[in-house]
Design a binder for this molecule. Structure first.
Ligand code: SF4
Ligand code: F3S
Ligand code: FES
Length: 252
């Protein structure tokens, strides 16, 4: 492991550099009784992502730092975290948008799920809720020779909800989910919407029935945190309202 952070190749070409203090909420279940803050001074380019900065901390300052990341490009949804008090994907958040030169950024695990270590939370309850809405295509009729076709208008009805990457930014920013983990949560409702409003799917009554349970859509109190947190700009609260209406009228 190198002792110093290698200067970025283009640093000498006038790329704006920043010094930031990265304040991370750390927790090691084998050593700590409760979480505590640790601060790491980092020099980085203004256009770096927060993920680059956290990688820097892990690779050059403290290899014990634990967090999830995979694609690095906003596709896999694995690096949701609380950055300056707001749920974001670290790989989609530019340093210059959350920090000033000489300033501090805070990084914490997403809320409402058990912290396993540092920024790593137990995602199983989140995926249990996802599985509960039957997140797969159901159509018992014989398949046509080619594809099951949709009109552009039919495809549009599920266009937003099919953009979800299951990052959990929405569900873990919802105050209802914080106090009642049995609420299926906005991410699962978005996923249910994706199938309920799919003209080719035949399980709408079953999914609407799941949404009508006391763990379903009626728990939503229109707090809007979910919509503000979504890195895919999915209009989640509107989607939840559409599902509520579909439950009321039992039609999609
Ligand atoms: Fe993430 Fe948005 Fe999907 Fe919620 S709806 S899980 S915030 S992509
Ligand atoms: Fe929660 Fe979003 Fe409803 S934050 S209360 S699911 S609008
Ligand atoms: Fe995949 Fe950020 S690492 S979405």
């Amino acid at each position: 492991m190198p002792e110093t952070y290698p200067a970025p190749a283009n640093a000498a070409e006038g790329v704006a550099m920043m010094r930031v203090n990265v304040k991370i909420l750390r927790f090691d279940p084998e050593k700590d009784r409760k979480a505590h803050w640790e601060t790491y001074p980092v020099e980085a380019q203004a256009g770096d992502r927060v993920l680059d900065v956290i990688n820097h901390v892990k690779w050059y300052l403290d290899p014990s730092l634990t967090f999830r990341r995979s694609c690095g490009h906003g596709i896999c949804g694995s690096d949701a975290m609380l950055i300056n008090g707001r749920n974001r994907l670290a790989c989609k958040t530019l340093l210059r948008d959350v920090a000033k030169d000489g300033g501090t950024i805070t990084v914490e695990p997403i809320r409402g799920l058990k912290v396993e270590k540092d920024l790593l939370v137990d995602m199983e309850p989140f995926f249990d809720s996802y599985r509960a809405i039957m997140p797969y295509f159901i159509n018992e009729s014989p398949p046509p020779p080619a594809e099951r076709l949709q009109s552009p208008e039919q495809a549009d009805r599920m266009a937003h909800s099919s953009n979800c990457i299951l990052c959990a930014c929405c569900t873990t920013s919802c105050p209802i989910f914080w106090v009642n983990g049995s609420y299926l949560g906005p991410a699962s409702i978005v996923q249910a919407h994706r199938f309920i409003f799919d003209s080719r799917d035949q399980a709408t009554p079953q999914r609407l029935n799941i949404m009508n349970q006391n763990t379903g859509v009626w728990r939503c109190r229109t707090a809007y945190n979910c919509t503000e947190a979504c890195p895919r700009d999915i209009p989640i609260t509107t989607i939840i309202e559409e599902v509520k209406r579909a439950v009321m009228y039992q039609q999609a």
